[in-house]
Ligand binder design. Structure first.
Ligand SMILES: NC(=O)c1ccc[n+]([C@@H]2O[C@H](COP(=O)([O-])OP(=O)(O)OC[C@H]3O[C@@H](n4cnc5c(N)ncnc54)[C@H](OP(=O)(O)O)[C@@H]3O)[C@@H](O)[C@H]2O)c1
Length: 328
């Protein structure tokens, strides 16, 4: 089969496209004919060996996909060949076929475009798990989203609104903030030009925010902690800015606040029933038009290096997709 191949942990330019052995469905697994794959910031890190998990070399990267079931492994219930599914693959989705545990695949309703569904799992799955399960976000609470124009950030804005919160979107450009506004943000902060802490103070009458969603890390993380309200929750999502921040325990103590780690992929493996329910809810909302994913750009499979450079360049507004086969 045709695939993107990572021969060694190296900068993204070292990726090649070529033939790779097609996967077989083992017990409990599905093989999916991939229609499209979502491209995510962690893919940039995984191919360089800078992520928490390091696949055995050589490997096919790609953490999520949607397509049609091609083969059903022994013991799998509830799926049949030809079913439309979205899946969290961990790796392997930048290819014509991918193998995945059946517990990490979810049916895609007929009303949902399969290419759009390819980019749903990681961004919406992470944000919904973060806000609902880890952040305990309640209607009427205030949510501050950093990196609000990026892949996961934009979905946190949209889901925060759907969950009844007042959403403050913070990002580094007017363009990204316009997109956050389009996805429902109530207030906007341009942290490239405005003082984040002062603006949060002004927007919350000095009270601070109940929940911070931080996929950026670096020095802004400390500002965000200082911007928490009494009993606030800091959701540690990622470090796209490159720097892993240290969290001063005294600031948590003073606000009776919590810093809460979020690692969606491992949670799907540890709690497939809970995250499966979340994913079915998200796909239902998508079918009902309550979620409107923003697609930034679609790249063809041989253009994977350009797609990953696009993410590295901090240019992405919403989701990047790799198109593998026509939607059918
Ligand atoms: N914990 C989990 O389960 C989980 C799941 C998925 C992703 N993540 C993590 O979440 C982070 C964001 O992922 P994503 O796919 O949403 O990425 P993305 O679309 O590229 O968005 C990342 C945002 O971070 C900001 N940023 C600041 N400095 C940056 C830099 N030097 N390079 C790139 N972006 C920078 C940018 O917003 P501004 O320009 O507005 O600052 C950008 O929009 C990554 O660290 C990823 O590993 C975690």
């Amino acid at each position: 089969m045709k695939a993107v191949i990572c021969p060694d942990f190296a900068p993204v330019d070292a990726l090649t496209s070529g033939d790779f052995p097609a996967p077989q469905a083992g017990p409990g697994e599905l093989v999916i004919n991939v229609a499209a794959a979502g491209v995510n910031y962690p893919d940039v890190l995984i191919v360089q060996g800078k992520y928490q998990t390091k696949p055995a070399l050589p490997f096919v990267p790609g953490s999520e996909a949607a397509g049609h079931v091609a083969a059903v492994g022994e013991g799998v219930q509830g799926f049949a060949a030809g079913d439309r599914v979205a899946a969290f693959t961990g790796s392997g989705s930048f290819a014509e076929q991918v193998r995945v545990p059946a517990t990490q695949a979810w049916p895609v309703p007929g009303a949902v475009d399969l290419h759009v569904a390819a980019g749903i799992s990681i961004t919406y799955g992470t944000s919904y798990h973060a806000l609902k399960d880890r952040g305990q976000l309640k209607p009427g609470e205030t949510l501050l989203v950093l990196g609000a124009g990026g892949g996961v950030g934009l979905t946190a804005v949209e889901l925060g609104k759907l969950m009844g919160a007042r959403v403050i979107a913070a990002a580094s450009s007017a363009e990204k903030l316009a997109l956050a506004k389009q996805q429902g943000a109530d207030e906007l902060i341009d942290y490239a030009r405005e003082d984040l802490r002062e603006r949060v103070k002004a927007l919350t009458g000095g009270q601070g925010v109940d929940v911070v969603y931080d996929p950026v890390g670096g020095p802004m993380n400390l500002t965000a902690i200082k911007s928490l309200a009494w009993g606030g929750r800091l959701l540690v999502i990622g470090f796209a800015g490159g720097e892993i921040p240290s969290i001063p325990a005294n600031l948590l103590l003073l606000k009776s606040a919590s810093a809460v780690g979020v690692l969606w992929g491992n949670t799907v493996r540890a709690d497939p029933a809970g995250q499966g329910a979340n994913m079915r809810q998200l796909l239902d909302w998508l079918a009902q038009g309550k979620l409107r994913p923003v697609i930034d750009r679609r790249f063809a499979m041989p253009d994977i290096v350009a797609a990953l450079h696009h993410l590295e360049a901090r240019k992405v507004k919403g989701k990047v997709l790799l198109t593998i086969a026509p939607e059918a």
